[in-house]
Write a protein that binds this ligand. Structure first.
Ligand code: BGC
Length: 374
């Protein structure tokens, strides 16, 4: 077992109180779409889509939901896209409802691998093909998986931090990781370590502590970071934050100790908040994952599966990943992530992923002008 799991057990007791006190994340997107009761688009073959949370990242409601809806429509499919709001029971109930309503395909981005695998098994028993979306359910039975090269995401984070700390011998690093039950979080961690572990071993960098955060809870992530920081005498030189939501919570803590802008922080998802933090100099990098490509591939796969055309589906899912728990190979579409540092923020805007008006605000306007972002 790797170190971070042990660390979690130790920190767990101290965090129980804070966890009980706050059910919501501070970094929730400002305009979450209404949850529940979303009617599927009129016409077309029905496809059910269940997203995991709103609070772990701005991506699910801000990008995935609208992009999946649009991509499905383009394939002549009527997607019913729901969000389980981090509630495993709700996830399962939503799936039951979709199965009962006669969806031809079920697409799931699960809260955790076990409950996701259970839902996939139920759908399979009814003859409904399941696509694991973004997060692979280890020990599951879904025939297809659409995501990014997630180890690559992690290695880009590791590279970003190593680059930012170059020349700072013995720089002290704190790692705030994603949910231990989310397989992608494990892959991000593995990718990061492929770059950072040799540097820790050589003494080039020094690991203070690595800590996974249940459900990717941003608020808990910030609190956990603060505890580690103060226990280390308020000393930190660099932070691995597994996504932009966690990075935002960490930057808030760094601001409190007047360390923001001096300590490079990583991120992921290329959210408007993350890009703003990069332009302000508070965050060093993020990882851009073009979710429109993920949504398009999923919709094309769903269209083939809805027709029962396995050959067409296999022609789309030309990659594969290994489910180490079920000991099986899962046919996959694995898209390419991109490293975004300040000089590359424009790429994300030019791709139409985030609007210039969402990142160029008073505090970032000088950087936007300098980088030609408009
Ligand atoms: C996704 C990330 C996201 C995180 C938290 C991961 O499974 O791949 O994009 O930031 O979950 O929602």
């Amino acid at each position: 077992m790797r170190l971070k799991k042990t660390a979690l057990a130790v920190a767990g007791a101290g965090l129980a109180l804070t966890l009980a006190a706050c059910g919501q994340n501070a970094a929730a997107p400002s305009n979450p779409a209404p949850s529940g009761g979303t009617a599927p688009a009129a016409g077309g073959v029905k496809v059910g889509v269940i997203l995991p949370e709103t609070d772990s990242s701005a991506r699910w409601e801000g990008f995935d939901k609208p992009l999946i809806t649009k991509a499905m429509q383009a394939q002549g499919l009527a997607a019913d896209v729901q969000n389980a709001q981090g509630d495993v029971q709700k996830f399962s109930t939503l799936a039951d409802g979709m199965i009962a309503s006669g969806v031809k395909v079920l697409v799931i981005a699960s809260i955790d691998g076990d409950s996701g695998a259970a839902v996939a098994a139920k759908a399979k028993a009814q003859g409904i093909p399941v696509i694991d979306y973004d997060r692979l359910n280890l020990g599951g039975s879904s025939e297809y998986y659409v995501s990014f090269d997630n180890e690559k995401v992690g290695s880009l984070q590791g590279q970003g931090l190593a680059q930012a700390l170059k020349g700072k011998a013995g720089a002290q690093v704190i790692e705030i990781e994603g949910a231990p039950t989310d397989n992608t979080a494990t892959l991000f961690y593995n990718g990061q370590q492929s770059v950072l572990k040799p540097l820790y071993t050589a003494g080039t960098l020094k690991l203070v502590r690595s800590q996974p955060i249940e459900k990717w809870d941003n608020q808990i992530g910030g609190q956990t970071f603060e505890q580690i920081l103060t226990a280390n005498g308020q000393k930190v030189d660099g932070v691995v934050a597994a996504n932009d939501g966690l990075a935002g919570a960490i930057i808030t803590v760094l601001q409190k100790y007047s360390l923001n802008g001096k300590v490079p922080v990583t991120g992921q998802d290329a959210t408007a908040d993350g890009l703003q933090a990069i332009l302000r100099g508070d965050q060093y990098m993020t990882v851009f994952k073009p979710i429109n490509e993920e949504a398009d591939a999923t919709a094309k796969l769903a269209a083939a599966l809805a027709k029962g055309d396995k050959a067409a589906a296999d022609a789309i899912a030309t990659g594969s990943v290994q489910d180490t728990k079920a000991n099986r190979t899962v046919k996959s579409v694995l898209l390419t992530p991109q490293l975004i540092t300040k000089d590359k923020v424009k790429t994300v805007i030019d791709a139409g992923f985030v609007k210039a008006s969402e990142v160029c605000v008073a505090a970032t306007q000088p950087a936007c002008d300098q980088l030609g972002i408009k």
